[in-house]
Write a protein that binds this ligand. Structure first.
Ligand SMILES: *Cc1c(COP(=O)(O)O)cnc(C)c1O
Length: 391
């Protein structure tokens, strides 16, 4: 079912209903309620160039289309285009640009995004300015006549900084630039960037949208017909598509996004409160805490505050690393957004490529720990952290 079709029962439906139904129609041949995995590369034509809308699976695939309609529904968008990873989705957005264009981006972006911008696209004559997007004056000052995109992540990784999406979108549009939000951390269950004025939303569906740590994928959603058409052209021309089985897994995960996010948020709120009163914890970064510098903006633009927390352990890099080896339920791993809880030490793992001085100047302290709080029982997660911190 599609949310934009006027006759659809999903028109005006609430988020949970959309999550369950968007994108899936009973399969016409058998009535299968779940969209099958159309594991095919090509489609038979009765006569040359006469076909049923499917010619070749890079160009069209029914399982992928079901996922794309689902993601569009979740983001309240007219269109979504799926890719083989979050990075492939981000790469497709960058391919909308031309040589000489300039991009203003946050200064604490996902490391892979920073790497793609700096080491790949700069070589093709695209210029980047990285600014603190929590500071609207800094965003305004960074814009140039050739600025084509303003790239925002909120909440950011790993410090959970919050940027005002509506205000930044307005600044970008005033200057003829497209505001783009990476909504991976918040998910559409908590934050809808298009409704706040962004032109494009990107996702690593690997994280919360898929939600089960069993598939890598990405998507871009937009309300703009022309941008959607250009992204589809890039999807087919450059070929960064997801396979049908990966689309099936992501679609299956997305159907419970609303339920999972409530539990992620419940658990994260309780763990943030626990950490805040712990004597070995110097600081907790969680937008749901009233003393978090972005709390007010987050309360305005997010429905709840998400499942990601970072905190500073009083101590050295080694103390931070040791803590990560002592938890028994929180698994030591990169990535986030799955049903199971994860712990990691950004200074030596996800953010190790950032030089120590740059890292510290950006507020990434040596004892920083990041949690992806899962959907287990909060009491067990807190007991796990308690024993790990006590040792
Ligand atoms: C993981 C992640 C990406 C990259 O997505 P992949 O699916 O790993 O390619 C981009 N942005 C954010 C915020 C992420 O967490």
């Amino acid at each position: 079912m599609s949310t934009s079709d006027t006759s659809s029962p999903l028109r005006g439906a609430r988020f949970g209903t959309i999550a369950v139904h968007a994108g899936t129609e009973p399969e016409p041949v058998t009535g299968a309620i779940m969209t099958p995995i159309f594991q095919t590369s090509t489609y038979v034509q009765p006569y040359p160039a006469r076909h049923k809308g499917y010619e070749y699976s890079r160009t069209q695939n029914p399982t992928r289309e079901a996922l794309e309609r689902c993601v569009a529904g979740l983001e309240g968008a007219r269109h979504a285009v799926a890719f083989g990873s979050g990075m492939a989705a981000i790469d497709a957005v960058l391919r909308l640009l031309e040589q000489g264009n300039h991009v203003v981006a946050g200064n604490d972006l996902y490391g892979g995004t920073y790497r793609l911008f700096k080491t790949v696209y700069e070589r093709f004559g695209i210029q980047f300015t990285f600014v603190d997007t929590t500071d609207l004056d800094a965003v305004r000052a960074a814009i140039r006549p050739e600025t084509a995109l303003v790239w925002i992540e909120s909440p950011s990784n790993p410090l959970l900084r919050v940027s005002d999406l509506a205000a930044i979108a307005e600044i970008a549009r005033e200057h003829g630039a497209l505001p783009v939000a990476d909504n991976t951390f918040a998910t559409p269950a908590l934050q809808r960037p298009l409704a706040l004025g962004c032109a494009l939303v990107v996702h690593s569906t690997t994280k919360y949208v898929g939600g089960h740590s069993d598939v890598v994928g990405g998507a871009v959603a937009t309300d703009d017909d022309e941008l959607a058409e250009r992204l589809r052209y890039i999807q087919n021309a450059a070929g960064g598509i997801p396979g049908p089985f990966d689309c099936f897994l992501t679609l299956r995960g997305a159907k419970t996004l609303h339920l999972r996010m409530e539990r992620h948020c419940d658990n994260a709120e309780r763990i943030a409160a626990f950490l805040q009163q712990h004597p070995r914890v110097a600081r907790v970064h969680y937008p749901g805490l009233p003393e978090h510098p972005g709390h007010e903006v987050a309360a305005r633009q997010m429905r709840r505050f998400g499942g990601m927390i970072s905190f500073v352990l009083d101590g050295s890099v080694e103390d931070g690393c040791r803590l990560c080896t002592r938890t028994r339920l929180f698994a030591l791993a990169e990535s986030l957004g799955g049903v199971e809880s994860l712990i990691e030490h950004p200074p030596s793992m996800t953010h190790a490529a950032v030089p120590a001085e740059v890292r510290r100047a950006a507020g990434l302290e040596d004892g920083l720990i990041r949690l992806s709080v899962g959907i287990e029982d909060a009491e067990d997660l807190i007991a796990d952290l308690e024993q790990a911190l006590a040792r």
